[in-house]
Ligand binder design. Sequence first.
Ligand code: ZN
Length: 244
Amino acid sequence: MRWTVLGCHSPYPAPGGATLGYLLEADQKRILIDCGSGVLAQLAKMMPIHELDAVFLSHLHHDHISDFFVLQYALLVASNQQKRKRPLPVWAPAEPAHWYAKLSYQNLIDKRPIGTESVSIGKLTFSFHRTDHAIPCYAIRISDGKKTILYGADAGPKTDWLAMGRKPDLFVCEATYLHQELPAHPIGHLSAKQAAEAGVALQAKRLLLTHLYPERDPEPLGEEAQAVFPGPCQVSRIGMQIDV
Ligand SMILES: [Zn+2]
């Protein structure tokens, strides 16, 4: 499986950057995980947008979905040009309902709610686990039968990571704060140190930090996490590819 960072900033992009989005290439499928602001411009460097096989949206906050509405237009154009003849399968939480309703667009989207049941696409299995966040948000565990990627989405410190299965080959976890900056009342996000601690508890083989404040130097985040996490630990940058 190949994991490409298309966007890693939050809550708005850095200059030339993008908020959250990742391309998963595996089993001859190309699947978009989250679709934040600026993600489509990065995706278009990799492939024709209309050739996507599926989309998963971890939750319906704008920094994870804003470009999804522009993706709908790319599908419309491709459909009019006979380049795409089938709806795009999209999985997303059904809440908040007014945002879930907006994910449909003519007959171009085959929309399905994320729930407790796992989803199979070819040899790939996607399973979903609620995180500690302000609205329903799901971590996504992806397996090709041999290796696993755990995408932690947005997740606060009450997230039950161990319910998601141990030893992911790659754990993609948010690092919104340096630990000393954590707000007194956590609001569904983690520090780099907490991300590393979750990685240790999960016995993750590799850690990738994401959900980065665009005006922060990313280096101290990596150093804070690497002081706790014993394995390879990287801070996301757009275009980074990890083969699992
Ligand atoms: Zn969020």
